[in-house]
Every structure is written in C-alpha cells, then in structure tokens.
Design a binder for this molecule. Structure first.
Ligand code: URA
Length: 193
C-alpha cells in the first residue's frame, strides 16, 4: 500500500512518549492506576493546558478532563468559542493518585522530568494555561493561584495564563466565573498571535 505522508519527528517523538507513559513504572502511582493519561490534542497547538492529575473517569478512560471537571472545562471553552481539540491538554502527573489525593513532591518531580517538560519542548506552545495550584506551584515556583493570576505572565522564556482548577466550580462557585474571564482573555490574546 502507498505510504502516507511522513510523520514529523515531533509527532513521532510525542507518540513514543505517549507509549512510554502508558507503561510507566517510574513512581509508585503505577501500582494503583488503571490507565495512565498522557494527554491529548493538537500536536502543533499554540496553547497547552496543564491540570493536576487524572481523576476517576480519566483513570478509567486514559483521557484527560473527561469527568465532571472536564465537563465544566468544555463548557468554559465553548463560552469563548474554543473547542478542546484546538489545544493540547495534559496534567502535571499522568497517573491518578489514590482517592484523588494531591500528588506528592516526588511523584511530581519524577513525572514532569520524564514527560511534561519534554511534551512542552516538543509542542512548543505560545501560551501555557495552568489550571490550579499544583500546576502553578510546579511551573511558576511557590506562588498560589491567587498570587500568580494576573493576565499573561512570562516565566523562563515562556508565557503562562494562570487560572483556577475547574473543580472549584463544585466548592467555590464565585471562582468559576473567573475561569471564564481568564479564557476570554486567552481568546483575545490568541487573536494577536
Ligand atoms: N483534574 C485534573 O487536574 N486533570 C484531569 O485530567 C481531570 C481532573
């Protein structure tokens, strides 16, 4: 059969990273996970969205943000006339922590140094959206969402947009509105790119 178009080196490496993540045993989280969740979306996306770690539905499907937080994220994206397929969506940790506890420092260090930083290099997004405190702390240092959330911020040569984790919708409704404001800001920023 005729060969298809040659896959770019970037796509090949992202796919190989994806395969490695799915069988990873580098930290203890592999013991309790069902499926690892490498992330999904456009390999050449201008925007990368980074959450915390898979929850129950993500662990069962191997896909990021498909549970209740994901439904709210989709709703926010729709409000700014985005679609999740416009982005590459992933997490700080690729495996679900038991009972959705916060990932531990060692788990975060291992997972990001093996996978997330390489995904960022390969996708090379123009803007990285950080959802929630775990992503903000890891990517921007010790700041909280509250401190770091101030439009588009530059850090170590990359642009970030900090916002709340979509799960706030279930315990702090008023912050959910701020996520909508932040994605509206992303919309206007993207018109400039
Ligand atoms: N929460 C996250 O941080 N990531 C997911 O993929 C799902 C829920």
């Amino acid at each position: 059969s005729a060969p298809g178009p040659a896959k770019s080196k970037v796509v090949k490496e992202l796919e190989s990273l994806d395969s490695k993540i799915r069988v990873c045993t580098a930290c203890p989280l592999y013991k309790s996970r069902t499926l690892a969740v490498p992330g999904e979306g456009k390999f050449n996306s201008k925007v990368m969205i980074i959450g915390e770690a898979p929850g129950r539905n993500e662990d069962l499907t191997g896909r990021p943000f498909v549970g209740s937080s994901g439904k709210f994220l989709d709703h926010v994206l729709e409000g700014s006339e985005f679609d999740r397929s416009d982005f590459f969506i992933t997490n700080i940790c690729k495996c679900r922590p038991p009972s959705n506890r916060t990932p531990k420092t060692g788990e975060i260090e291992t997972c990001t140094s093996l996978y997330l930083y390489r995904q960022i290099e390969l996708i090379n997004p123009r803007i990285i959206v950080l959802l929630g405190g775990v992503a903000v702390k890891k990517m921007l240092g010790k700041k909280t969402v509250e401190e770091a959330r101030c439009g588009i911020v530059e850090h170590e040569g990359r642009k970030f947009l900090v916002t709340y984790h979509p799960a706030v919708r279930f315990y702090r409704e008023e912050l959910a509105e701020k996520i909508k404001e932040d994605f509206a800001l992303l919309k206007s920023e993207m018109k400039k790119l």
